[in-house]
Design a protein around this ligand. Structure first.
Ligand code: SIN
Length: 292
């Protein structure tokens, strides 16, 4: 114990130098992940420099937050399209008239809330989304926070032996157990099949070039090429490891807050600790690429 205290935390975050921002403000929530962005109204057209700086702030912080953004569905969709084509969710209900706007809603009659276990959105797709942009309009009086975790940091904190072991391994991400029957309370009928894909356990981010863990408790069911009991043990270890609070930030929502996270290097988990109150909003999901 004393030895561990002398050495300090097992994971030490090395802050990278970032270019200054000129058109937005960037206020970090923690040294490891998350930043609040100011000086921008997402309901108005953004200059090229603002768009570039928002993109850079996302790459630097993995999840960025905006406050007091009273935007319409159309403005939400238009903001998402600045970062790529939008994806239609394979299972979840959407806001009427807008298939690309996923409905986020839980109240006193809900059997569950979205995203209650650690996950990277729709990682069961062969090309999982690059990012998700969630606009919360109605908040409970307390609770309903979202936790975000840095998967570069989780990877970096592994021992060199574990990194070598994971190199080249691929894992199955399955939507079946996540989605079947899940949205029945919204009147959504099940589809015959849900997406299933194999991805590298460690992926390299296409923008930053950094390596991050890409398995999550929500979707990842099996590592290929090793016995099932070994796969279960390794996944269990990685799921516990990535949930270490050292890699996290926790965002407290207000009405008209927006969170924009990068699914390629961050996982998130929504807290359903506000029953019987209501929390509602909508999410836009930006298409991504096949993980490598
Ligand atoms: C999700 O997109 O997984 C839900 C996140 C949240 O409601 O905070």
């Amino acid at each position: 114990m004393r030895e561990a205290m002398r050495r300090g935390p097992r994971y030490k975050h090395e802050a990278s130098e970032s270019l200054p921002y000129e058109t937005i403000t960037v206020d970090k929530l923690t040294p490891v992940i998350g930043a609040e962005i100011g000086g921008v109204d997402l309901g108005r057209p953004l200059s090229n420099q603002q768009q570039d700086e928002i993109h850079r702030a996302l790459a630097d912080n993995l999840v960025i937050f905006f406050r007091d953004q009273s935007i319409t569905s159309e403005q939400h969709l238009a903001f998402g399209r600045l970062f790529g084509e939008l994806m239609i969710h394979p299972a979840a209900p959407h806001i009427e008239g807008h298939p690309e706007l996923l409905k986020i809603y839980a109240d006193k009659d809900s059997p569950r809330a979205n995203g209650e276990s650690w996950h990277s959105d729709v990682s069961c797709e062969p090309e999982p989304p690059m990012g998700s942009i969630l606009h919360i309009k109605q908040c409970p009086p307390k609770g309903g926070d979202t936790l975000f975790a840095n998967m570069y940091a989780a990877y970096e904190a592994l021992s060199d032996r574990m990194k070598a072991y994971l190199e080249g391994l691929h894992a199955v991400h399955d939507g079946e157990h996540v989605y079947r029957g899940t949205y029945a309370n919204f009147g959504v009928k099940d589809k015959p099949d849900y997406p299933r894909a194999e991805h590298p356990v460690v992926r390299t981010h296409p923008v930053t070039g950094k390596k991050g863990l890409f398995v999550n408790r929500g979707f990842t069911t099996r590592i290929h090429g090793i016995p099932l009991d070994e796969s279960d043990a390794i996944l269990g270890y990685l799921f516990d490891h990535m949930a270490n609070p050292l890699f996290q930030c926790r965002f407290r929502w207000q009405p008209n807050s927006i969170a924009f996270w990068d699914n390629r290097c961050a996982q998130h988990r929504a807290m359903w600790d506000y029953w019987p109150h209501t929390r509602s909003g909508a999410r836009v999901t930006v298409k991504g690429e096949r993980p490598v």
